[in-house]
Design a protein around this ligand. Structure first.
Ligand SMILES: NC(=O)c1ccc[n+]([C@@H]2O[C@H](COP(=O)([O-])OP(=O)(O)OC[C@H]3O[C@@H](n4cnc5c(N)ncnc54)[C@H](OP(=O)(O)O)[C@@H]3O)[C@@H](O)[C@H]2O)c1
Length: 331
């Protein structure tokens, strides 16, 4: 079978992403073949086409850590032709070909049957939104309720941030959005943020303190670095921070005081290797009680031919929300 794909190849010390007609050798091994409807643009896809980005070892590769679509062939009794599905994470788009292609073949134990979401909604949520849902679920499992106080979301205009705000506000939490974008107030309020503040710490020059005023009951953090250290020092007694990202750096210049004096918990979030049963259960919740209420407000659409420009906007810091990448019929 021949099909179209966006292939990333090393060239003169850089990485070039371009459309190619490819054959079966690009399909991958597995028992479920999927005609891809949509992928999406994630921070990790930018790293996949960035020299020394740290996520891809061997090129050429088809990037795209998310894919949604329709099963066209299945050797697994769990899936039949026509099933609407999503696959994301594991090796997709980093050590085997991912979602920026018309077709893929993957192991059945990586595939989630959609329930209550169509393939476009699921791509809008994608890895970033799923990570937001994991973060919110971790806070709920910790015991956090809307009565405990406000929840902070950092990197608020990002993929993880926007979906986290949408889910938290839908659950009745007071949400404080921390963003570096001065023009994002209207979008964040529309998603349900009760207050918008700048990036943290608000005064980057101030000497960091091991404990600050207890401002928030919990936080969803996808920024890491000094921001996460500040957030930890500002969480109230018994609160928790769900940490998933490093857009602000991978260092954590913090002290143990929030943990030992306030009983604060740092909850690590990894969407990539979350076991499939938990993954399927959380996607089912995303179609029901955790469903984000404002997907159309946080979604943008771009055809696959434009994916390079979308990833560039993530690099330049001008991207907001979630961009769905149209694949079927869009090459
Ligand atoms: N653990 C996992 O399984 C998992 C899954 C998905 C993503 N992630 C990670 O989570 C992070 C966010 O992913 P995403 O898809 O949401 O990315 P994204 O859409 O690019 O959003 C990242 C946001 O971070 C903020 N930001 C960017 N540069 C920053 C800086 N220098 N300092 C502070 N904030 C900065 C920006 O928000 P504002 O402009 O609003 O401040 C930006 O919109 C990435 O590090 C990604 O690798 C992890």
């Amino acid at each position: 079978m021949n099909f179209s794909a966006m292939v990333a190849r090393e060239s003169d010390g850089g990485i070039v992403l371009g459309r190619e007609e490819v054959g079966d050798d690009f399909l991958g091994t597995g028992d479920v073949t999927i005609k891809i409807h949509y992928s999406s643009a994630n921070y990790k896809d930018l790293l996949a086409i960035t020299p020394r980005g740290g996520v891809v070892r061997n090129y050429p590769i088809v990037p795209g850590i998310d894919l949604t679509g329709e099963v066209t062939a299945s050797e697994s009794e769990d899936f039949t032709v026509g099933d609407q599905v999503i696959a994301h994470g594991y090796d997709l788009g980093v050590s085997r070909n991912g979602g920026f292609a018309e077709y893929t073949r993957v192991p059945a134990e990586w595939v989630v049957k959609l329930d209550g979401l169509d393939t476009r909604d699921a791509a809008t949520i994608g890895t970033a939104g799923f990570t937001a849902a994991m973060s919110v679920q971790a806070l709920l499992d910790h015991g956090l309720t809307p009565d405990d106080g406000a929840v902070l979301v950092t990197g608020a205009t990002g993929g993880v941030g926007t979906v986290a705000i949408d889910i938290l506000s839908g659950l009745g939490f007071e949400v404080i959005a921390s963003t570096g974008k001065t023009d994002a107030g209207d979008l964040l309020a529309e998603l349900g943020a009760n207050e918008v503040i700048g990036r943290l710490p608000l005064d980057p020059e101030a000497k960091p303190r091991p404990l600050n005023k207890a401002n928030w009951a919990g936080a969803v953090d996808s920024v890491g670095g000094k921001s996460l250290a500040f957030v930890l020092s500002s969480i109230g007694y018994g609160g928790a921070v769900a940490a998933s990202g490093l857009t602000g750096g991978s260092d954590l210049p913090a002290t143990v005081l929030p943990f030992i004096l306030r009983g604060v918990s740092l909850l690590g979030i990894d969407s990539v290797f979350l076991p499939i049963e938990k993954r399927r259960a959380l996607w089912a919740a995303l179609g029901k009680e955790l469903r984000p209420q404002h997907l159309s407000s946080l979604e943008s659409f771009a055809p696959i031919s434009e994916v390079g420009n979308v990833l560039q906007s993530i690099k330049e810091g001008t991207h907001s929300g979630r961009t769905v990448i149209g694949v079927a019929g869009e090459f």
